[in-house]
Design a protein around this ligand. Structure first.
Ligand code: ADP
Ligand code: ZN
Length: 755
């Protein structure tokens, strides 16, 4: 503040350039800094800088998001250093991230930090190497020099090369040691340069995937998209195609056109379907493809990122965060399985990859193609109100039928050895038959572990996690009780922890127990289990699928991991062990999720010429979300579900925001939730004075899982037909109160996780 009183002491009185800097903090504004003479050549929008910031002026890393020569009218601090050689962000990514900060109500710097992978920031994947080159001035001064032979050989080689060469390479090629190089350096005839060079791990070889003649429905879909790809014009398309209808071929056709134009395409797929099979469809058609996913090492991620940035690759395939791929010449975005909830990020910034992708397409004026056999209700609704264009593939390729689906009513299931069996007789019989005919079987059970609850027959107590209000699951191989939410582990109990009277019972069926039962019932068949316990090691997912493809595995059982995207022609039976797992979750999307999961897994059957069928075990055969799977009737399901959503004012008819208050002390959480409720009241009054504002506020209420990972949570739910109204209200309320230390206040716009 001193410098304000004595302007002549101001460190930046001569500065003619000022930078706008944002930080990885929940702050709305950017901060202005002066750029000193020495840094003028280095500073650029999109680079990171080190600046004094906050209490005690600690140097902090921030992103430069703007430059101006307009003095801010007050003294400002100076940038200490510019950290990047090259800007990490394109203009369009800057605009997109600015929008995200506004829409998701978080700091711009927080968004940038999530968007630029650490690997790119740290220049991972680049190795620093010593280079040497001939000094041109020395060559002009004395073209011919008298030197010992080794030095002469090096000098000649470098002068001929006329560019820096790696020192190691020169030494290897000319069979010399460091000594002659050092001598030349001392004579000033050559000089050293350190350079970063790219280290790319060996790309996987890709088998050719030649183009397929589009069928009529595929061609119609492509012809609708084509003009937008050719002109470069924004439009959102929803490609609703039943499982096995050849949606990917439509994506590939569109990307082909993008490549022809010399532009780039981004393809987003759910992390779990980022299998070699998926990637090879793209690399087999187009050659080099940049793959971005969370298992990549930093070095590989960094080099893929850079190759996209430099325009060296035209096709990017990746999970959620690939929506930020730094393409400078975007021509198209594709989102496969657009209904997947994994496109939503559940940490700050809490963005939805699909919605961000649509915004990016709009900002860069390119078409976007969303595909699914079971589109989200949001996207479907968008087609009916004209925001998206609907394209349909109603039939499977090659006139293959959709598999017949039968329900097995578990309410009338006889006991096996006095207990309910995992598999009904009808399912066992169908499995036997399929296997005898040389087919393969996929079994879905969306619950991992051995026993899914541990309870006391005397007092009824269910063993719960010490940190969460959730039941513990018993894992037999580890011989541990595990909490699936926080990872807390405990030795298995013999006696009830509550009353101590009885031995506890291990009940409920998980994939681990199912595996044992299947091995017992199908001796001599190879069974593989795919869930997050068995698929921990990178590459194990791909290995299991490859073995299944080769027919080395006859029965593949697993969680939702096996439900998606797999194209195995020899699967003639799909069994669903318990369709009701997710049906009764306290979440307004539980029906939608159940319908999607069942339809997706059913779609794995009958993809080859041998046909196939689906058996679904359920206690709720009449529930619409299960009944409509039998008839493969997405539209009928959507109509019944939309009616509910309209009645209860849920998305897609209303926009939702969720506010969660979290604290380790339940009282602290409750107190702050009460204050927040009052602030919402005041905020609503203010808002309504400004004009009509349709907002419904629910809460505070305990979250469905009140205590999670040792943290107590209250939540509010805000509903409004307009997202703008929700934003206004939240912007009014936020500055009204600061959570005390130990209390957190989280805003989630368009929430997906309601627990
Ligand atoms: P979806 O993603 O819609 O479930 P896929 O794109 O996986 O379907 O296609 C299923 C299979 O059909 C793939 O093996 C693909 O190679 C094949 N296929 C796609 N289009 C055609 C076509 N026009 N003619 C013949 N086979 C096709
Ligand atoms: Zn827990």
């Amino acid at each position: 503040m001193q410098s304000n009183l004595f302007p002549s002491d101001s460190p930046n009185k001569t500065a003619s350039l000022f930078a706008e800097i944002v930080f990885d903090r929940p702050l709305d504004q950017a901060f202005t800094y002066a750029v000193s003479e020495q840094l003028i050549d280095q500073i650029e929008v999109g680079k990171r800088v080190r600046v004094p910031f906050g209490r005690g002026d600690r140097t902090t890393v921030g992103y430069c998001v703007g430059l101006t020569d307009e003095p801010p009218g007050r003294s400002v601090k100076e940038i200490v250093a510019v950290l990047d050689d090259e800007a990490l962000l394109t203009d369009s990514l800057l605009r997109l991230t600015r929008w995200m900060a506004d829409y998701y109500l978080c700091g711009w710097g927080q968004v940038l930090n999530a968007v630029v992978p650490a690997a790119a920031r740290d220049q991972a994947g680049l190795v620093k190497r010593a280079f040497v080159e001939a000094v041109p001035e020395a060559e002009l001064a004395s073209p011919i020099v008298n030197l010992p032979p080794k030095q002469l050989a090096i000098l000649k080689a470098l002068r001929e090369a006329n560019q820096p060469i790696e020192a190691q390479r020169i030494k290897r090629q000319l069979q010399v040691t460091d000594a002659p190089l050092k001598a030349l350096l001392q004579r000033g005839l050559i000089r050293q340069a350190r350079r970063r060079i790219e280290k790319l791990s060996q790309a996987e070889p890709h088998a050719d995937y030649p183009p397929i003649q589009l069928n009529e429905e595929q061609r119609t879909a492509w012809e609708a998209i084509a003009p937008f790809v050719q002109r470069g014009e924004f439009r959102s398309f929803l490609l609703h195609g039943v499982t096995g209808s050849g949606k990917t071929e439509v994506y590939l056709r569109a990307i082909e056109e993008v490549i022809r134009q010399g532009k780039q395409a981004i393809v987003l797929v759910p992390e779990i379907s980022l299998t070699p099979q998926t990637v090879q469809r793209f690399s087999g058609r187009f050659g080099e493809v940049a793959v971005l996913h969370s298992h990549l090492g930093d070095a590989d991620r960094g080099s893929h990122w850079r190759r996209v940035f430099q325009g060296k690759v035209q096709v990017v395939v990746g999970a959620r965060s690939a929506v930020f791929a730094p393409t400078r010449n975007l021509g198209l975005i594709v989102i496969d399985e657009e209904h997947e909830s994994s496109f939503k990020q559940d940490t700050t910034p809490r963005y939805h990859g699909r919605d961000v992708a649509v915004m990016r397409a709009r900002l860069e004026n390119v078409p976007i193609l969303l595909g699914s056999a079971t589109p989200s209700l949001e996207s479907w609704y968008n087609t009916s109100r004209g925001a998206y264009t609907l394209l349909s593939l109603s039939k499977r390729v090659m006139d293959r039928p959709l598999p017949p689906v039968h329900l097995l009513d578990l309410r009338h299931q006889p006991l096996r050895r006095g207990r309910p069996s995992a598999l009904s007789d009808a399912l066992v019989y169908a499995m036997q038959q399929a296997l005898d005919q040389g087919g393969q079987v996929i079994l879905l059970l969306n619950r991992r572990g051995f026993a899914t609850h541990i309870h006391c027959p005397s007092c009824g107590h269910v063993e719960a996690c010490r940190f969460c209000d959730l039941a513990m699951t018993y894992h037999k191989l580890k011989d541990l009780m595990l909490c699936h939410h926080c990872g807390y582990e405990q030795e298995p109990l013999k006696k009830c922890s509550q009353c101590g009277r009885s031995a506890v019972r291990y009940q409920g069926l998980g994939t681990e127990k199912l595996e044992v039962e299947i091995q017992e019932r199908f001796p001599g068949r190879t069974v593989a289990r795919m869930d997050s316990d068995t698929m921990r090691k990178p590459g194990s997912h791909a290995r299991t699928l490859a073995a299944f493809r080769r027919g080395e595995i006859q029965i593949l059982l697993g969680t939702q991991m096996i439900a998606k995207g797999l194209d195995f022609p020899n699967v003639t039976l799909v069994g669903v062990v318990n369709a009701d797992v997710a049906l009764h979750m306290p979440d307004f999307r539980s029906s939608e999720r159940t319908f999607q999961l069942l339809s997706q897994v059913a779609g794995r059957a009958g993809r080859g010429s041998n046909g196939g069928r689906v058996l679904i075990q359920t206690f709720n055969p009449e529930h619409p979300c299960i009944a409509h799977v039998v008839t493969h009737d997405y539209v009928a399901f959507v109509q019944s579900e939309l009616a509910h959503r309209r009645e209860y004012q849920y998305p897609p008819f209303q926009r939702l925001a969720r506010v969660v208050v979290r604290a380790r002390q339940p009282q602290q959480a409750a107190d702050f939730a009460d204050q927040l409720a009052k602030a919402f009241e005041t905020g609503l009054q203010t808002l309504r004075q400004q004009g009509p504002a349709e907002v419904r506020l629910l809460g505070p209420a305990e979250a469905a899982v009140f205590r999670l990972k040792g943290v107590y949570r209250y939540h509010f739910q805000l509903q409004s037909p307009s997202p703008g109204t929700l934003h206004k209200l939240l912007r009014l309320v936020r500055p009204m109160l600061t959570p005390p230390s130990g209390v957190e206040f989280v805003v989630d716009i368009d929430p997906v996780n309601m627990l």
